[in-house]
Design a binder for this molecule. Structure first.
Ligand SMILES: [Zn+2]
Length: 104
């Protein structure tokens, strides 16, 4: 039996999986049902994936530089990481709200 997928402390892996779940809607569509795919949902899912990827990059930068950069630089990167986390969270909320309101 395979072990469960590894998730880091920030739950980034789970967020990424959730984002790709939504973007897979388009890639799995056939030509016939592609016209029925909600383009706004796809756009919001892409925004969410982009924001989550940026957050992941910042967290990775933070993790690789612990102990090798000055504290002030570390705090700058940590602050950028938190900022992108909030953007990612807002993008997820935007997607959830659209799906809830539009029923798509
Ligand atoms: Zn929709």
């Amino acid at each position: 039996m395979l072990p469960p997928p590894l998730a880091n402390k920030q739950g980034v892996t789970a967020a990424r999986a959730m984002a790709s779940q939504f973007t897979d809607v388009r890639s799995k569509s056939t030509a016939a049902n592609a016209m029925e795919t909600c383009l706004e949902k796809v756009r919001l899912a892409n925004e969410y994936e982009t924001a989550t990827s940026e957050y992941c990059r910042n967290v990775a930068a933070l993790n690789t530089r612990i102990g090798v950069i000055p504290q002030t630089t570390y705090e700058d990167i940590r602050s950028a990481s938190e900022h992108t986390r909030l953007i990612s969270e807002q993008a997820r909320l935007n997607l959830d709200q659209h799906v809830s309101e539009h029923g798509c």
